[in-house]
Design a protein around this ligand. Structure first.
Ligand SMILES: NC(=O)c1ccc[n+]([C@@H]2O[C@H](COP(=O)([O-])OP(=O)(O)OC[C@H]3O[C@@H](n4cnc5c(N)ncnc54)[C@H](O)[C@@H]3O)[C@@H](O)[C@H]2O)c1
Length: 260
């Protein structure tokens, strides 16, 4: 699966799943535009891709700010000549219930995870529409089910499914496909941060490994492979789809007693 001559914008491309997407697409010939607020990680990755013979640029942007996202996207189109696809991976996790979540936390999570995805799509679509392409939103299993104490995150990830389906319908006839992936637990800096909130971080990893029927959490590259397929024209009849990439997590019925 090659991406020669294609330009892909990746929000949250500096670390974690987004980084794996950038590395994979660049290895397979795409020019990647890394949009992230982590200057150090983003510029290092961009330099690394170029050193390895690929094409990349980095823009330090908070995806919640639409004007800054648009400026980065316009600079990308100017440098690479087109934009064919967008992958939205920028996201943050905050903990709280309907009572304990603060106004600031709600605004921050919805602003980055949901508004940030819309900002990126709105900025990229005029370019993508010129010759058709694809948008992939990295949502979560928490778009399809939930757990305790993650109100704003769950709402944002459910919202991302609505954004995906709406855009899929609006642009299907224009040759733009829009899909979402819903990963289970993935070994990224986000998980490391979440585990660090526990007095015994290793116990968080152990529990996450155990809860997936496959017996382990995902490597970022395993999510990136599915994202790459949805970006590529190999998936030309797939739009408006929600792909779980979760090691069987949502297939299993919880709490069933062992029999036989
Ligand atoms: N790691 C998991 O277990 C997991 C599971 C399901 C879904 N996801 C989702 O996948 C996506 C990527 O997660 P990850 O685990 O790679 O996270 P991560 O924290 O490891 O990486 C996220 C990247 O997004 C960037 N980012 C965050 N907020 C930003 C902002 N406002 N503007 C610009 N850049 C910003 C970060 O700097 C970082 O480079 C997220 O949307 C997350 O919700 C993660």
């Amino acid at each position: 699966m090659r991406f020669d001559g294609k330009t892909v914008v990746v929000t949250g491309g500096a670390l974690g799943i987004g980084r794996a997407v950038c590395e994979l697409l660049a290895e397979r010939g795409a020019a990647v535009s890394i949009i992230d607020w982590d200057e150090d990680a983003g510029s290092k990755l961009s330099e690394e891709i170029v050193r390895n013979g690929g094409k990349a640029r980095f823009d330090r942007v908070n995806v919640a700010n639409s004007a800054d996202v648009l400026a980065a996207v316009e600079a990308t189109a100017k440098e690479f000549g087109s934009i064919d696809s967008l992958v939205v991976s920028a996201g943050i996790q905050r903990y709280g219930t309907a009572i304990s979540t603060t106004d600031e936390q709600w605004d921050e999570v919805i602003g980055v995870n949901l508004r940030g995805a819309w900002n990126a799509a709105k900025a990229c679509l005029p370019n993508i529409l010129k010759r058709g392409g694809s948008i992939v939103n990295v949502s979560s299993v928490q778009a399809l089910a939930s757990q305790q104490n993650v109100l704003a995150y769950t709402v944002s990830k459910h919202g991302l499914i609505g954004l995906t389906r709406s855009m899929a319908m609006d642009f299907a006839k224009d040759g733009v496909r829009v899909n979402a992936v819903c990963p289970g637990t993935v070994d990224t800096p986000m998980l490391k941060w979440a585990a660090s909130l526990d007095p015994d971080p290793q116990s968080v990893y152990d529990a996450c490994n155990a809860m997936h029927p496959i017996g382990r959490i995902a490597r970022p590259r395993e999510i990136a492979e599915v994202v790459a397929f949805l970006v590529h024209e190999s998936s030309s009849f797939v739009t408006g789809a929600i792909w779980t990439v979760d090691g069987g997590l949502l297939t299993q019925i919880g709490g069933v007693p062992k029999t036989g």
